[in-house]
Design a protein around this ligand. Structure first.
Ligand SMILES: Cc1cc2nc3c(=O)[nH]c(=O)nc-3n(C[C@H](O)[C@H](O)[C@H](O)COP(=O)(O)OP(=O)(O)OC[C@H]3O[C@@H](n4cnc5c(N)ncnc54)[C@H](O)[C@@H]3O)c2cc1C
Length: 379
């Protein structure tokens, strides 16, 4: 019985040149960036940076040229992503659009949707957010209550989404809404592309522990959405979302969020290291390398049109456990005064505040383990 599988990743030709190209861009664009801003960098929004990345051909890399894409291989895309994250580039603005909204539109969208939306994503100018969670529907996503009612002009949407990262800075949301009855659970769900400037829509920021407001509450008060903005088919929202979640869970951002801390630890160990710190760094690098192989293997499966939901859940569970462990290990091993203004102290203080969220966003640990158990035939 084959339940899941990780295979070795084949390095594409020309990889050295590609890495150098990305690094040259990053040296130019990121010079002087505060090390703290390089941690958790896929939550750092910078429209100018996204535009520069778009101009360099590093967004929509694997999409067809006729929609503005660059017809590059998934392996090349992976290498660009890991370079961006390892350097701490502020990729948040376009991240969701490039990672999952664009691929969803390519797979299920109409020709008109593709032509209208994909070129702007590729340029690093059109941003999307994810409208899944609601106050009563997080892990239990099939309980979504935001509903769309058919009217002669299209659909009227009412309800509320929550924890919507970047709703205040994106032009569009892809929302999972109920087009059938609540009793139908998964079968009554559909997806819509919603223009966030429409009348009846209110976005209210939620302030997190660090004082930042990256995510939001979003209210829909009878928002009129035209028929053309339905994506995929009525009643197929659950199936479409499940495929999207594998894209969301398996990428390098699921183990590289604390990478700048690992680099800082290596730097620290060179000057004032201890045997214990050296051992921790050795173990961390071994884990990182393994996670990288697993994540790349999952990316390859996605590119071949397979459904690696279980592999993606494993990558996210192990990857976020890894990136959560680094700040805790650093705090245990080093005598860092967190009120100190050194780069290491500020970086550690920041990561210690945000790391609990790493295993919540994109589906919690318990839910992922349930998916893995189901994959093993245990549930
Ligand atoms: C930084 C961040 C960004 C986010 N961005 C977005 C976004 O852009 N768009 C979006 O839609 N959502 C977003 N989310 C929301 C995220 O997807 C949810 O927080 C997550 O799915 C959990 O849902 P919940 O918060 O409602 O918690 P609940 O579902 O209420 O879970 C509470 C606890 O109970 C546990 N639990 C629940 N059900 C079970 C079960 N069956 N078995 C065992 N344990 C269970 C959970 O694991 C969790 O520990 C974001 C969250 C964070 C932290």
């Amino acid at each position: 019985m084959k339940i899941f599988e990780f295979s070795l990743f084949e390095t594409p030709p020309g990889v050295r040149e590609l890495r150098q190209e990305v690094r040259t861009l990053l040296d130019r664009e990121l010079a002087g960036t505060d090390p703290v801003r390089r941690a958790n960098c896929w939550m750092r929004h910078d429209a100018d940076f996204s535009r520069a990345l778009g101009q360099a051909g590093f967004i929509g890399m694997v999409w067809p040229k006729r929609f503005g894409g660059h017809d590059r291989s998934p392996a090349e895309r992976y290498i660009v992503l890991e370079e961006l994250l390892a350097a701490g580039a502020p990729v948040c603005a376009h991240w969701v659009a490039d990672r999952q909204s664009g691929p969803l539109i390519l797979k299920y969208g109409t020709e008109q949707q593709k032509q209208r939306l994909l070129p702007g994503i590729v340029r690093g100018e059109t941003y999307f957010c994810i409208g899944l969670s609601e106050p009563g529907a997080g892990s239990d996503l099939a309980s979504v209550r935001t509903h769309a009612r058919r009217v002669p002009e299209g659909w009227r949407i009412s309800g509320q989404k929550i924890w919507t990262t970047n709703a205040h800075r994106s032009q569009f949301m892809i929302a999972l809404v109920r087009t059938g009855s609540i009793e139908e659970r998964q079968a009554g769900l559909s997806q819509f592309i919603i223009d966030l400037s429409l009348p009846g829509l209110t976005v209210k920021p939620i302030v997190d522990l660090t004082g930042a407001s990256e995510f939001n509450e979003v209210w829909f008060d009878d928002v009129l959405v035209s028929e053309e903005m339905l994506i995929g088919e009525i009643g197929q929202g659950w199936k479409q979302v499940t495929a999207e979640l594998a894209l969301e869970r398996s990428g390098p951002e699921r183990y590289l969020t604390s990478f700048s801390l690992l680099k800082a630890l290596i730097h620290h160990a060179r000057g004032a290291g201890s045997e214990a710190l050296t051992a921790v760094i050795g173990q961390a690098v071994a884990e990182l390398w393994t996670l990288r192989q697993m994540s790349m293997s999952t990316a390859a499966k996605l590119a071949q049109g397979q459904d690696p939901s279980v592999e993606a859940a494993i990558v996210k569970d192990l990857g976020t456990a890894f990136e959560q462990s680094l700040p805790v290990l650093a705090q245990d091993l080093l005598e860092v005064d967190l009120s100190d203004q050194s780069d290491l102290a500020r970086l550690l203080a920041y990561l210690l505040q945000v790391f609990p969220s790493f295993s919540l966003r994109g589906g919690t640990r318990e839910i992922l383990r349930g998916i893995i158990a189901r994959g093993l035939g245990l549930r």
